[in-house]
Ligand binder design. Structure first.
Ligand code: ACO
Length: 429
């Protein structure tokens, strides 16, 4: 706590007296009340379902101002990074705290290239998984097994091992994801090509040369790179909080990231980009008007997927970048996707409706992402896998930051028990 902070306290008046609680001020002036002394002093806990008011740690990685629509990684605005940095530069920034200079970037990229292959028997293992299984289930399972293949990098107490695991995760996730996709369409895997950059290599391992040497292909590369940048971190979202919770038990980084992938698979989180596309298809196929559809949403029969966010109550800065990119791609596409036009109309209809504006529900990062991925040829169930590729640096950065946090403790929330009081088995008093 700084000297300044020490002067700041709030008082909690409770039956047993008054407790002074310190108030900490963050970089951007946001304030947080420290509750470490609460239970010990008052015997009381706090009840905060969904952790909507709870900062579980201090972090230097990402800043979000949901009301102003601001997102920054390590201080850099997301708009600047999306326009002027590659995914590898951003991954380096998020994980190590600084953008790499040319020499460091080359060293980083070379290490990733050198580690992009997966062991042959791990490939066999992935090939033996159900081909029609959801790719997120397969991805999480494959990442979990990395701990078994690379048990020389599972000790969270050894910085070199954590660094080795960092490189392996970043290097191998695209290889694993592409293999899962190719299995799902009954095609042979394509090995990593170390002459290509990270994003190009992933696209080639996924689609072969389908998108090579074309204007649209270049735009796809730009789109995937930018989407990965836009997804690279988002502070304590559900999957990142999961990575931290699992890591807090000193589980290895592979197990922690696999848990993050599982959390991300939920439709209220990363699974939303798949759910948006399914919603748009459902609207198109059922012939229902947008007005009718929105009435059903307002009657709470369903949610408008890709709308709303726990933190952004103005707009999601990532959604603006993605919408623009989707427009560029679809302008150059000879057969533009009809679902993009539908998404534009749906967004306009929702934003003209006070139900959504009063609740501060605006398009989030997932609303247009799926339209881009669909145009590239990704099936809807791969969308969340692409989200996972983008979010990986964030998960790794949070896992690593936590290891050096002086307040590091196993995560163990309390509960507010409202179940039965003590009772006895019948006839055994
Ligand atoms: N469609 C319709 N109504 C909604 C939506 C939505 N998408 N989201 C919230 N609401 C309404 C709720 O019904 C509620 O209304 P009420 O106050 O009249 O009861 C109000 O808005 C507040 O909703 P909460 O559920 O309390 O908001 P919360 O912050 O818990 O939820 C969430 C955020 C999960 C993202 C939610 O907005 C949602 O389900 N959105 C759709 C799924 C989605 O797009 N998820 C992706 C999020 S971004 C990401 O993970 C990368």
């Amino acid at each position: 706590m700084s000297e300044d902070d020490k002067e700041r306290t709030v008082e909690l008046h409770y039956e047993g007296g008054v407790l002074k609680l310190p108030v900490h001020t963050g970089t951007e002036g946001e304030r947080t009340i420290e509750l470490k002394a609460l239970l010990g002093s008052t015997g009381m806990t706090t009840l905060d379902p969904g952790f909507g008011n709870t900062a579980s740690c201090s972090s230097k990685i990402t800043y979000i101002d949901g009301d102003a629509g601001i997102l920054r990684y390590r201080g850099y605005p997301i708009e600047d990074l999306a326009a002027g940095a590659t995914f590898l530069e951003v991954a380096h920034l998020v994980i190590y705290g600084e953008l790499p200079d040319a020499g460091r970037l080359k060293e980083f990229a070379d290490k990733l290239r050198a580690n992009a292959d997966i062991p042959a028997d791990m490939g066999t293992l992935i090939d033996a998984m159900p081909r029609n299984g959801h790719p997120m289930a397969l991805l999480a399972s494959a990442v979990n097994t990395l701990a078994a293949y690379y048990d020389d990098s599972v000790d969270p107490g050894d910085e070199d091992q954590v660094e080795l695991a960092t490189i392996r995760l970043l290097a191998k996730l695209p290889t694993i994801a592409a293999r899962i996709y190719r299995n799902s369409i009954g095609e042979k895997p394509i090995s990593p090509d170390d002459s290509l950059d990270y994003v190009d290599n992933f696209i080639r391992m996924t689609f072969g040369d389908v998108h090579a040497d074309s204007e649209l292909g270049d735009l796809f590369n730009k789109a995937v790179g930018m989407l990965l940048v836009l997804h690279a971190d988002h502070e304590l979202n559900c999957s990142t909080a999961t990575v931290r919770v699992v890591g807090s038990a000193k589980a290895d980084i592979y197990a922690s990231v696999a848990s993050g992938i599982n959390a991300l698979s939920g439709p209220s989180h990363g699974g939303a980009n798949q759910a948006v596309l399914e919603m748009l298809e459902q609207i198109r196929d059922s012939g229902i008007s947008l007005e009718e559809f929105l009435e059903r949403v307002k009657a709470r029969e369903m949610r408008l997927m890709g709308f709303g966010h726990r933190v952004y109550k103005n707009f999601d800065p990532r959604s603006k970048e993605i919408k623009e990119l989707a427009g560029q791609i679809l302008d150059r596409d000879e057969n533009p996707d009809e679902l993009f036009a539908l998404a534009l109309k749906l967004e306009a209809a929702a934003l003209a409706d006070s139900y959504f504006t009063e609740r501060k529900l605006y398009p989030n990062v997932d609303f247009y992402t799926g339209v881009i991925y669909r145009t590239m040829g990704f099936p809807t169930n791969m969308f969340t896998v692409l989200f996972a590729l983008g979010r990986l640096p964030g998960w790794i950065a949070h896992y690593r930051e936590q290891l050096h946090d002086p307040d590091f403790r196993i995560a163990r929330p309390r509960q507010h028990y409202v179940g039965s009081p003590e009772r006895r088995l019948p006839g055994r008093d």
